[in-house]
Design a protein around this ligand. Structure first.
Ligand SMILES: [Zn+2]
Length: 450
């Protein structure tokens, strides 16, 4: 059979079978995801941030004994809240005993708080924010933005309310834990809702967690990290409650960029009133967050950031709930809910690498076709192939190709076009796209004659 015929056959085989099996077309949106998105409560997140602020400080180096003040009281409260939400959540402290190092000025027990919603498969989808806070300016609120020369050592007893940084990400994570657990939906992926400590000392809690997971050969499909996502008014006076930034580290077709594009596409389906501004960089200029602990361990991860930040409030006694907008935070939570649910309901992204790590793409028998192959994803009933011109950063064309693991597109050059493939589950949910990436070709040094 010619390549063209084979492709045509693959296409013809799929469409009629799909139509015959249904009396009415299935909507693009999964009603279970729509329900999750609709259930997000701004008022519950306001209550969470109010409580988090009441601990005075959640500095990683603050009091751990008091029942009302400091990081110990905060983490026990988060733990108890997770416990109260649903018996389906497996709640635990993820504890790491740290020696004095860097901005950790003494030995300290660093504790992330985790709620796991087990899925049918062990592959993990993370939703996260950091619950620790910091006041780098001492007890007096200066109202000035953080600048070089300010004390780098966090003060562990002054007030650090951390309402937006990162009470917002913590409240979002806790809200989704509750909604996903209460939903009764059976997810394929295991969802991990985690609030980090030690972020303000250099992403320590997330790094300890992600490194341990990598050592244990854990599989992470995505990390939706949220850090400063709860205010619609920037320090410059700009107001934007209708968009959120998503930063993803490159290169162009890295798994993190695939995740970012996926989020934009899913958000357009489930939260069309909110715009996703994709940022082709790891994070804001010179700033960081816990998603980088994941990408450092080769796990796909992005960070959500509010549209316009107020740097003057951050890391100070001024980071209070009064500067926040819970209607806006709820929109960001809905985007997270839609994205995480969609990834967790879909089959895993297809593997497009062979056993030797080579991309499963070639020029076919003719030498001038695009010959795409992939490893079947468990639970997939079909696949969608994506492609675009090489000098573009988002997919331009797609085609559903049925339950096959090879497609040949005649006379399409794999040198000029980028390809990707996603797996589609029985309920229509689609995985993140796996892109075919040209392998690195290390150059050796040239030897010159003396
Ligand atoms: Zn932060």
């Amino acid at each position: 059979m010619s390549s063209a015929r084979r492709l045509l056959t693959a296409l013809l085989l799929v469409a009629p079978a799909g139509l015959a099996a249904q009396t009415a077309p299935r909507p693009d949106a999964d009603p279970r995801i729509e329900k999750l998105v609709a259930a997000v409560s701004p008022e519950r997140m306001r209550a969470t941030v109010t409580k988090l602020e009441s601990f005075g400080t959640r500095s990683t180096l603050s009091d751990t004994v008091s029942t009302t003040r400091g990081i110990g009281a905060a983490r026990r409260w988060i733990f108890d809240e997770f416990k109260r939400m649903s018996p389906k959540l497996q709640v635990s402290y993820d504890r790491h005993l740290l020696a004095q190092q860097g901005r950790i000025t003494r030995d300290v027990d660093l504790v992330n708080v985790v709620a796991v919603l087990p899925g049918r498969s062990p592959r993990r989808v993370y939703v996260s924010g950091h619950y620790d806070s910091v006041n780098q300016r001492g007890a007096v609120a200066t109202g000035r933005p953080a600048t070089a020369g300010q004390p780098a050592q966090p003060n562990d007893d002054v007030d650090a309310p951390g309402a937006n940084d990162d009470g917002s990400g913590t409240a979002l994570t806790m809200e989704l834990a509750r909604l996903f657990a209460e939903s009764g939906v059976e997810f394929d992926a295991t969802l991990v809702f985690i609030t980090w400590a030690g972020e303000e000392q250099g992403l320590i809690g997330s790094m300890a967690h992600a490194s341990a997971l990598a050592d244990a050969s854990g599989v992470v499909e995505a990390n939706f990290n949220n850090d400063i996502v709860g205010s619609s008014v920037g320090g410059s006076g700009l107001v934007d409650g209708e968009s959120v930034k998503v930063y993803a580290i490159g290169p162009e077709d890295s798994p993190s960029r695939s995740l970012a594009r996926y989020i934009a596409r899913i958000a357009a389906t489930y939260v069309p009133s909110h715009s996703i501004r994709l940022m082709a960089r790891e994070d804001r200029f010179g700033r960081g967050s816990d998603h980088s602990s994941f990408t450092a361990n080769k796990f796909p991860a992005v960070v959500f950031r509010e549209a316009n930040e107020n740097y003057a409030r951050q890391h100070s006694a001024d980071d209070k709930i009064i500067g926040m907008d819970f209607t806006y935070l709820a929109q960001n939570a809905r985007v997270n809910a839609a994205g995480a649910a969609s990834v967790a309901l879909a089959p895993p992204a297809p593997r497009v690498l062979g056993d030797r790590g080579q991309a499963l793409i070639g020029r076919g028998k003719s030498g001038y076709d695009a010959d795409l192959q992939w490893v079947a994803s468990p639970g997939a009933v079909g696949y969608r192939v994506y492609w675009r011109d090489a000098w573009t950063n988002d997919w331009q064309h797609t085609r559903v190709v049925g339950n096959v693991t090879q497609v040949i597109m005649p006379n399409v050059s794999i040198d000029d076009v980028v390809f990707g493939v996603a797996a589609i589950g029985a309920d229509g949910n689609e995985s993140i796209i796996s892109a075919y990436v040209s392998p690195d070709r290390p150059m050796s040094r040239i030897k010159l004659r003396k």
